[in-house]
Design a protein around this ligand. Structure first.
Ligand code: NAG
Ligand code: NAG
Ligand code: NAG
Length: 344
């Protein structure tokens, strides 16, 4: 009986979730339907699947071995289905292997885990993607190394290094402390992902949309400075990069800034996002940045929650008008209609 009630409850939750999704129509970011693994698989329309199973019931026991089996110069989608399990290995998708769709069994069931701390971000990364046309679904990526201010180490521990154009993650989790997600370069889409960290944990010079993501701030022994959710690195007005968070949620433990200026044109927008009390009243910081603040684009648009009050925000930060926000609220910011499978 309890199980039945539970499943009814779960069913209602799904109906509610679907209703919420459909009510978002016309917003420009939401695809025509709920994006899940069967939909992505159907859109990709390939008959090539490589199975990875840690227990030996697939084609490979290691993810990297499966990637190594994809031919150099691959030009048709190939699905690498990673069955449930914790895969303790580093994974690298090299630049010459595009069109890989890495499909896990859900972010609570399929995980890639490594533990490495390094003075070099890229070297520390558990997962690296350097080829364009890459998709991941339902996988957690973790770097378990104990780094960050709390551990007095200046070293970094990147979970994922995303260094190629046209890369999308759906329902994935990114776990580390310091410098979790190195969104290095290219156009990226993060859909319903979970990203956890303490300091500068989403950083780089990517042009990226984070839609419906959960950003969780973990505590750290910060004394004089606060950590920051983002450190977007944009050096000039010609550089078309920036991080846009839409309909997401930022919450956690301790106090953080939404962003820290990195580069004179650093661009980060939080739109229609829930900001908990974990966001400090100033919101944004120029800590360790020596230049002018006049070209920084650190902005919010229609955010809500106790951390969204604009009253004490840093003087150079912006609260956008509808018109100013429009270019960032559509998937066109990353030319998504040209390459995101759910739109094709
Ligand atoms: C898979 O698809 C390709 C291209 O559509 C086709 O040429 C090939 O025959 C198919 N292979 C199988 C085993 O169905
Ligand atoms: C910090 O990084 C260096 C160089 O990459 C490495 O040799 C060292 O072991 C790391 N320290 C810690 C505490 O992980
Ligand atoms: C940096 O931020 C502080 C605090 O908001 C402010 O007083 C200072 O003028 C800023 N620096 C520049 C160069 O604008």
């Amino acid at each position: 009986m309890a199980a039945l009630l539970k499943s009814i409850h779960f069913g209602l939750a799904i109906i509610f979730a679907i209703a919420v999704c459909f009510s978002n129509f016309g917003h420009g970011l939401d695809a025509q339907t709920v994006i899940d693994s069967p939909l992505l698989t159907q859109k990709i329309g390939t008959n090539r699947t490589i199975k990875v199973d840690i227990n030996g019931n697939g084609d490979f026991k290691s993810i990297q071995a499966a990637i190594d089996s994809v031919p150099v110069g691959n030009n048709r989608w190939v699905i690498i289905h990673i069955r449930k399990g914790i895969y303790r290995e580093k994974v690298h998708i090299p630049a010459n292997k595009p069109y890989i769709f890495m499909r896990g069994n859900g972010k609570g069931r399929t995980a890639i885990v490594w533990s490495q701390s390094s003075s070099d971000n890229v070297e520390s990364a558990t997962f690296k993607v350097e080829s364009p046309h890459f998709i991941a679904f339902g996988i957690s990526i973790k770097n378990e190394a104990p780094t960050g201010v709390a551990y007095t180490s200046q070293n970094q521990s990147v979970a994922a290094f995303v260094a190629a154009d046209r890369v999308a993650f759906y329902h994935c989790g990114f776990y580390s402390t310091h410098n979790t997600l190195f969104d290095y370069k290219g156009r990226h889409y993060y859909h319903n992902c979970y990203i956890q960290g303490s300091i500068d944990f989403i950083f780089g010079r990517g042009r990226s949309v984070f839609h419906g993501c959960e950003i969780f701030v973990i505590s750290d022994k910060r004394v004089t400075i606060h950590g920051s959710v983002t450190a977007q690195n944009r050096e000039s007005a010609n550089e078309n990069s920036g991080f846009v968070f839409v309909k997401s949620k930022v919450y956690g433990i301790g106090g953080v800034y939404l962003g820290r200026a990195k580069g004179a044109y650093s661009r980060v927008i939080f739109a229609k996002t829930y900001l908990s009390k974990t966001i400090v009243p100033e919101g944004w910081t120029n800590w360790s940045y020596a230049g002018h603040t006049q070209n920084l684009y650190q902005a919010e648009y229609k955010c809500h929650g106790p951390g969204s009050d604009p009253k004490d925000r840093a003087s150079w930060s912006k609260q956008l008008t509808d018109e100013e926000a429009a270019p960032f609220l559509s998937i066109d910011f990353i030319d998504g209609k040209e390459w995101l499978p759910a739109w094709l």
